[in-house]
Design a protein around this ligand. Structure first.
Ligand SMILES: [Zn+2]
Length: 217
């Protein structure tokens, strides 16, 4: 079973992907991680990607797809993959379809996690991390005992510069702009499933598993 996971920043996408990957024995392929690894390993694809990034250009769709297909094909012995952060554009989605078809594979389901924008903003802007030990907090969901101070090492808590309200609004807008065409693309193909991400994490996981159980049988 091959799954695409679409979800906005702050929706707990990484966590949910891991849970799904474990439960259905899928390989969790995050395009960001793979790109970083290809560059770190200085592979042929990694070098090509690096040259685009060095000159401030976007890594082209066919290069990203080639990297992802390498991983998808390497996952043959497993029961499939869950794609996280990929495809990001219609161009990538179309290239992916072609490459999958050529390999005799297909996307079985596209999970789209829907979370209200104000909820996302609150989740992201409330994040804090310890400047000393890196421990993660949230001012509402997981607050420290003393405001702004780490429970474990008493160092000061800080906020990531891209977690501020203004930047977060932009990140969410970018997500919607990028994702809307993909949602239409997969809806038309008939394999898009929306999941309500406004509820508790366990409920979200359950809803996704109900969908995947139906798809995999
Ligand atoms: Zn700490």
């Amino acid at each position: 079973m091959n799954v695409i996971f679409l979800g906005p920043p702050g929706a707990g996408k990484g966590t949910q992907c891991k849970v799904i990957a474990d439960r259905y024995q899928l390989r969790h392929l995050s395009s960001g991680d793979i790109l970083r690894r290809e560059r770190a390993d200085n592979t042929d694809l990694g070098q090509k990607a690096q040259s685009f990034m060095d000159s401030g250009r976007l890594v082209p769709d066919d290069l990203i797809v080639a990297m992802m297909m390498k991983e998808i094909n390497a996952a043959d012995t497993n029961s499939g993959v869950v794609l996280d952060g990929f495809p990001r554009t219609i161009g990538q989605a179309e290239e992916l379809d072609k490459a999958l078809n050529a390999a005799g594979k297909d996307i079985d389901v596209v999970l789209c996690l829907d979370v209200d924008d104000d909820k996302l903003e609150h989740r992201i802007t409330g994040r804090r991390s310890c400047s000393g030990c890196g421990a993660a907090y949230h001012i509402t969901f997981n607050p420290p005992q003393v405001d702004g101070i780490c429970d474990k090492c008493q160092k000061e808590l800080t906020q990531r510069s891209d977690d501020t309200a203004e930047v977060v609004k932009n990140r969410i807008k970018t997500y919607h702009d990028q994702t809307a065409p993909l949602v239409s693309f997969y809806k038309e193909k008939g394999n898009l499933k929306n999941v309500d991400g406004n509820v508790a994490i366990e409920q979200v996981t359950q809803a996704m598993c109900d969908i995947l159980d139906r798809v995999s049988t």
